[in-house]
Design a protein around this ligand. Structure first.
Ligand code: BDR
Ligand code: CA
Length: 327
């Protein structure tokens, strides 16, 4: 059994792991990728996504370019300090030329949803601007998808961009609010689990010691791990946020605690802007049903999941394209 997936990403370091996992995992049929602004400008995200699928010999997976900034304001700060100027930890191949499809990321989502009604898991791991545009164009989109899984938000954990807001949400809170309000089965894979599911330096070394695909990923993750070492963990550990959303979205990683509750995004202009407000008041009663709830908030999952990612990438062998300056 495979799950059909569309991945929407702002391809920085952890997005690259997510694409590799989705393209390589035998239980995932990666139909297409949409690029969105966020960690890097949308054009860079698109090139990085195309480069990643080319490495694994899957240039047949279409990559569509999407929105260049949030719904309401001009582009905000990109995440160069986290992902490198190229979104690949400064070890990407600047000579790579990407071939993108002509349709927009939002149009691609709609077309594929119409072609495969009820079958596709839409997994979004960047700002949610493309999803909001697709929803505005096609309000019946929720009925055409299997569900939506996002990397974003923080239910009980602190934020990573403000005291309460996670990056993908705060980048475009109005878009995120539309995604939380839409009547689809939404799965929120947020900082509650992604700050606790880490790659170690020893695992990064395993990537470096594998074929040229995993070695590339290991080099990309160096810059990212430097960031988390300095800013979060004080030891050689890195988040792998986005790949967690892919695995939970398709069911190759089953959360151990993930209640379905009502959830909203704060779009006000106060200190709560971008916060995901999840109604977890049922915690002490085993999370009884809530009327109208359609957001599954992942609170706990296997903290050692990174090894499964490392093993998959190491087994992938060598790149189908020369890695140029990055080799
Ligand atoms: C999220 O923000 C981006 O920097 C990462 O790629 C991830 O999707 C984590 O907050
Ligand atoms: Ca991302």
């Amino acid at each position: 059994m495979t799950t059909k997936v569309i991945l929407d990403c702002d391809t920085g370091c952890d997005d690259t792991l997510a694409i590799l996992y989705a393209a390589l995992h035998p239980e995932i049929e990666l139909l297409a990728i949409g690029a969105v602004w966020g960690n890097v400008p949308v054009a860079t995200a698109a090139v990085n996504s195309a480069h990643t699928v080319a490495m694994v010999g899957r240039s047949d997976i279409p990559v569509a370019s999407g929105t260049a900034g949030p719904l309401l304001r001009g582009p905000e700060n990109f995440g160069y300090h986290v992902h490198g100027i190229d979104g690949q930890g400064n070890v990407g191949d600047p000579s790579f030329v990407a071939t993108l499809v002509e349709e927009s990321a939002a149009d691609q989502i709609i077309r594929l949803a119409l072609e495969h009604p009820g079958e596709i898991e839409l997994i979004a791991v960047g700002p949610f601007t493309n999803l909001a545009v697709a929803l505005a164009l096609r309000p019946d989109l929720p009925s055409l998808l299997r569900g939506v899984t996002i990397m974003g938000g923080a239910a009980l954990a602190p934020g990573n961009r403000t005291p309460v807001a996670e990056a993908n949400i705060i980048h475009d809170p109005e878009a995120a609010a539309a995604v939380f309000a839409a009547p689809w089965r939404l799965r929120m894979v947020g900082l509650d689990v992604t700050m606790r599911t880490l790659m170690t330096e020893a695992q990064r070394q395993q990537l470096l010691d594998g074929g040229t695909i995993s070695a590339y990923a290991g080099r990309v993750m160096r810059f990212y791990m430097d960031y988390f070492t300095e800013n979060a963990f004080s030891e050689r550990l890195s988040c792998i946020h986005d790949v967690l959303a892919v695995a939970i979205g398709v069911g190759t990683l089953i959360p151990t605690l993930a209640p379905t509750v009502n959830a909203w995004v704060d779009t006000g202009n106060g200190p709560g802007r971008g916060q995901t407000i999840c109604d977890l008041r049922g915690r002490y009663m085993g999370f009884p049903d809530q009327e109208g709830a359609h957001c599954q908030v992942v609170l706990e999952s296997d903290p050692l999941f990174a090894q499964a990612v490392v093993d998959l990438l190491v087994a992938a062998g060598d790149s189908a394209i020369p890695l140029g300056a990055a080799a």
